[in-house]
Design a protein around this ligand. Structure first.
Ligand code: NAD
Length: 489
């Protein structure tokens, strides 16, 4: 691995400002999904070491929360500057462990860093309230206080941004964090720790633990000193962590799976809509919770849409993300390739039509060629499950009511896309769709100021925006009595 700064590549956990190996001597290899070569090894920590990280975070919380908001802001901005300065190395590490093309990895570093800058400033605006008093001679109000230690458990598809979107909010609020990255992509998290240290973030404020996922999560969820759990990942694991966190009644926020509908109205330019749908489907090789999972196209524009979609996707280049001009990298591992193949087979066996997608062209065992299938129906797995692969499924519809019913026919409710210029249709769909986020006539919708999150079984709470920092704050109410006559109370 050729980095400008090799010290960004760390193969230890990071607890209380110290690089730490596993006490039991257990290790795990981290694999480059493009080549299946071993990139390095990470320690698998023992349960007592996870507790030590919580203890360190709990100790550090005392000092960190006592800093003024502008002092925390300065430290976070220093971290932001280092993320920017080391952008290229961070992107290389990400492409190697996750597989996404280098330009996308650079984009993620930029995106991830933007949360640090945004929350650094937002930490200065955690205002309480003054409440007009209903009690004689009293002043009433609220103060916002950090909840305490936050455990952050993150997935492999966005190895850096899913951490900063949580950690920057928590740290700006005055919380300390214990991060458990996905074991497939630990090196981005460890590079973040190295840069946090260089930025002067005190020991114990930002910790990274590594180990067996179920074991680590079990400790974090049952630890009473962990006051908030913020998880991004699949719905089944989210459900499990919610259940485990009940034992200590933690604040829980969950960013879970999606099954995004992409609705194309009868009035749109089918070429523009098709190109937008390709962008919404194939980023990160389709391994994106926002990926268009069910493409619903009005019958008037269906055939043209499919033609343009196929034309555009045929131009996508598949290969190792380190090579220039690659659009689609590998999937994260062979299991993901097998799942994609089974989803396509299931759809074809139930009557779907394969328009494009020749797997014999795949450049390696972890690659899946972009695939387009039409005539998708609701009995197929591709309809029910988040396919998390470069597989696009198209369904034809006739009326707006039908499109809405189809779009809502899922337990998920993260993002939805609507393409139409009819203002009444836009408003009707916006109100009827059971999703936390609706993107209209564009596929680019995320960023630091927005409340990212889902409804139904796509999660609880929001990340980003003013709502994002609230996940890490308690509201303390005060009633200051015996004041005599308080004017305006
Ligand atoms: P995952 O649920 O398998 O893993 C997420 C994290 O949980 C990882 O750190 C993993 O090590 C840990 N984990 C796995 N099994 C566990 C267990 N039994 N007990 C405790 N912890 C466990 O998800 P993934 O495959 O890494 O990521 C893909 C999923 O994440 C998709 O469903 C995707 O939609 C979702 N996602 C959601 C958002 C969002 O913002 N809503 C963003 C990105 C990804």
């Amino acid at each position: 691995m050729k980095l400008n700064d090799p010290r960004l590549f760390r193969q230890y956990a990071y607890i209380d400002g110290k690089w730490t190996h596993g006490d039991g001597g257990r290790e795990e290899a981290v694999i480059d999904p493009a080549t299946e070569e071993t990139l390095g090894h990470i320690p698998l920590l023992e349960s007592h070491q996870i507790r030590a990280a919580v203890e360190a975070a709990d100790q550090a919380f005392v000092q960190w929360r006592a800093l003024r908001a502008d002092e925390r802001c300065e430290r976070l901005l220093a971290w932001y500057d280092l993320l920017q300065a080391n952008r290229e190395d961070l992107a290389i590490i990400m492409t190697l462990e996750q597989g996404k093309p280098l330009p996308d990895a650079r984009g993620e570093v930029e995106y991830g860093a933007s949360f640090v800058r945004w929350f650094a400033e937002e930490g200065k605006r955690t205002f309480g309230q003054t409440i007009p008093s209903h009690i004689p001679n009293a002043a009433l109000g609220t103060i916002k206080e950090p909840v305490g230690v936050a455990a952050l458990i993150t997935p492999w598809n966005f190895p850096l941004a899913m951490i900063t979107r949580k950690a920057a909010a928590a740290m700006a609020a005055g919380c300390t964090v214990v991060v458990k990255p996905a074991s497939e992509t630990p090196f981005s998290a460890l590079a973040l720790a190295e840069l946090a240290e260089r930025a002067g973030i005190p020991a114990g404020v930002f910790n990274v633990v590594l180990g067996d996922a179920a074991q680590v999560s079990d400790v974090l969820c049952h630890e009473d000193r962990v006051k908030a759990l913020s998880f991004t990942g699949s719905t089944p694991v989210g459900r499990l962590l919610l259940e485990q966190s009940a034992s200590t009644v933690k604040r829980v926020s969950l960013e879970l799976g999606g099954n995004a509908p992409f609705i194309v109205g009868p009035d749109v330019n089918p070429k523009e809509a098709a190109f937008a749908a390709v962008a919404a489907k194939f980023q990160t090789a389709g391994q994106d919770c926002l990926a268009a999972n069910r493409i619903l196209v009005h019958e008037d524009v269906h055939d043209e849409f499919v033609e343009y979609f196929a034309e555009r996707m045929k131009a996508l280049k598949v290969g190792n993300g380190l090579v220039s001009e690659i659009d689609i990298g590998p999937l994260i591992h062979r299991r993901a390739v097998e799942k994609a193949a089974s989803i396509v087979d299931d759809a074809l066996s139930r009557g779907a039509t394969l328009v494009h997608g020749d797997q014999s062209m795949a450049p390696g065992p972890n690659f899946f060629m972009p695939t387009l299938i039409t005539d998708v129906t609701s009995e197929m797995k591709i309809w029910r499950e988040e396919n998390f692969a470069p597989v696009a499924g198209v369904t034809r519809y006739s009326t707006d009511e039908e499109a809405i019913e189809m779009a809502n026919d899922t337990e998920y409710g993260l993002a939805a896309y609507v393409f139409t210029h009819d203002i009444r249709r836009i408003w009707t769909m916006l109100r009827a769709l059971q999703n936390g986020m609706v993107s209209i006539n564009t596929v680019k919708m995320t960023g630091p100021p927005i409340p990212f999150g889902g409804v139904k079984q796509s999660g609880l709470g929001r990340e980003g925006g003013t709502a994002g920092i609230e996940e890490f704050l308690d509201t303390k109410y005060y009633c200051l009595g015996g004041l005599g006559s308080v004017s305006g109370s």
